[in-house]
Design a protein around this ligand. Sequence first.
Ligand code: AMP
Length: 485
Amino acid sequence: MYFTDFDFEDEVLDALDAMRFEKCTPIQEQTLQPLMEGRDLIGVAQTGTGKTAAYLLPVLNRLCRGEYPEDSINCVIMAPTRELAQQIDRQLEGFTYFMNVSSVAVYGGNDGQRYEQELRGMAKGADIIVATPGRLISHINLGNIDLSKVSFFILDEADRMLDMGFCNDIMTIAKQLPKERQTMLFSATMPEEIRKLARDILTDPVQITLALAKPADGITQQAYICHEGQKLGIINSIFDNESSERVILFASRKTKVKEISHTLKKHGFNVGEMHSDLSQSERDEIMFQYKSRKIDMIVATDILARGIDIDDIRIVINYDVPRDCDDYIHRIGRTARAGTKGRAITLVNVEDQEYFKRIEDFIEQDVPKMELPAALGEAPAYEPKSKQKGARKQRSNNKDKQGGNNRKRNNHKRGGRPANGNKQQNAKPVENSGQPKETASVATPQEGTPKQQGEKPKRRRPNHRRKRRNKPQGGENAAPVTENK
Ligand code: AMP
């Protein structure tokens, strides 16, 4: 299905052209129509499926029509982490390039300049606020923000927000909003708490469920069954024979990340670390260094597992086995993006065997077990206890829930129009595979002067190409990110 199949305003179609978005991803195919009809919606889909555009486009389409007050906040988008908030804001910047729609990202920080930007954006009534819950609550408590005219309320990665303990904050925010509004909740999973939240804040929602993606075909998965003390030797042996460039190594705890990163540096690896103890500017700096190839490898907690666009990762290493099957898929999904190839290596100690077996059951694949280098001694046998807690069943249920609501429309209003490519010279066409192209995403100090956040020009519909906005810089913030110590 093409975006031209939908009744989008010219501004939106222009933005899609410029971004070279032509075909809808599956989640977009299924959600755009009900959202454009104004329905509340629950979207069960992960990052990487194109869900951000799925909820942004219908909202932008309505805002473009100029039916909403100019000096009020019309839309609130909640995201669990500042990284995701920044990423949504960047996508928004791309789409609103040709539009008179303003946005401000509100994700915390001790940086006075950033705080001023947030205040200014909110005071001027930016159309769209992209916020982490903690920071938005503090602005509400300080009386900095008027949410009484909000028409659209969007929760992205709602399951993660609840995991991080934001349920009460979300309810407090929801109570500030008018009852008459359109609410959209996106979540990778649908545990009971999310269902309850959905009952509390949505009205007669449509539910669209995409089956959890299997790991992309381009990922070669491997596992080393080992003792904890053999892990470092395995890492050393892997990079005896190949470069350690474009590698991400995941560990579940930030103390572990610091430890591993320290040890790898001592072993001569060119490593950066990423975890929630770092300030936003330190995180941006690490990402910048990684993107510009000044460092080869990032050792990270799950803070990097989801929602972050980084291209061309060659190898993902799981230093430990994620407890959650979804986390495994998210972590290894950092490699082999957009149809490329990559490798995912998991180090499985004796304690983690049971969890690894659950993952194998969940993805319905036996991951090849690699032989330990002889110098490291004997490997333990792979004998996971067989309490599998219904992982295969969980996947079958997901499959059963897929589908529905796939409306076909044939009015290719502007079908086949060539992409103009003026704005994103490097953007490539994307196949409609549900694994859309990743864009470079990490804000760097080099990316231009910050826009005056929230400054809202007057809407002048016909001549919508006149305005060029600069991307904002990543700023300081202290939005909470939960990680184990
Ligand atoms: P998301 O799941 O929203 O984080 O999207 C993942 C990536 O896919 C982002 O880099 C988007 O810019 C890109 N994307 C989303 N939808 C499309 C589409 N229909 N065509 C091309 N790229 C897309």
